[in-house]
Design a protein around this ligand. Structure first.
Ligand SMILES: Cc1cc2nc3c(=O)[nH]c(=O)nc-3n(C[C@H](O)[C@H](O)[C@H](O)COP(=O)(O)O)c2cc1C
Length: 192
């Protein structure tokens, strides 16, 4: 039986507009089965040639120690002293971390298509999670690019981290960040 429940009453338009990036989580655990179901929704993202250029690593429970350690070891000695413990504690408080990885195609066109596909997958995941009352923030911190971090989490040569998603039930929802109306950005050409 599916764990996905109709928890959200609005339309897909409401869902898109009401989703927020969540950075503060409560302590409620997030089930692995639910995350797997959400990933099985997310993989319906458009992707050229059906290459499905993604894979994932999920850190939760005690597994978060390995994630937090991998992150901290990318810090300079000075930053470790200044922010290390605070950051480590934050990463242990976030219920789940999902590393979203893309296979890098050496051809530019395919690389671009695959990056677009993985980004679409992440947004699918964020929206499907929000529908379940689950908050996500998509992170692209410096350690996503650090060779030491790649080694610790097992990123292979020819792979790229597109994002690390911090996931949990929201402790607070930040205010809206207004968007520019699209009309201001749209050029319409409808005559010769
Ligand atoms: C590619 C990408 C990278 C992002 N990286 C970060 C990040 O490193 N740290 C962070 O706090 N938020 C990050 N975000 C989330 C944005 O800050 C967030 O989407 C933006 O503030 C708008 O807020 P909203 O998602 O609640 O509408 C990222 C979003 C995207 C699409």
């Amino acid at each position: 039986m599916s764990l996905l429940e109709m928890k959200y009453a609005g339309s897909i338009v409401d869902l898109i507009k009401e989703r927020r990036s969540i950075r503060a989580f409560n302590n409620d655990p997030v089930s692995t089965e639910l995350l797997q179901e959400l990933l099985n929704v997310a993989v319906w993202a458009p992707n050229h040639g059906n290459r499905q250029p993604w894979r994932f690593i999920l850190y939760k429970g005690e597994g978060r120690v390995a994630f937090a350690d991998a992150m901290i070891q990318t810090y300079s000695a000075e930053d470790k002293v200044k922010y290390g413990q605070h950051k480590w504690d934050y990463f242990m408080k976030v219920p789940a971390h999902l590393v979203v990885i893309m296979k890098e195609d050496p051809r530019q066109k395919q690389w671009d298509e695959d990056y677009g596909a993985v980004c679409a997958l992440i947004q699918n995941f964020q929206l499907a999670a929000w529908e379940q009352g689950l908050g996500v923030v998509w992170k692209t911190n410096n350690y996503n690019y650090a060779p030491k971090f790649h080694q610790s989490v097992g990123i292979q040569p020819g792979e790229k981290i597109v994002g690390i998603l911090h996931i949990g039930y929201p402790a607070s929802v930040p205010p809206v960040q207004p968007r520019k109306p699209a009309e201001e950005l749209l050029t319409i050409i409808d005559s010769k």
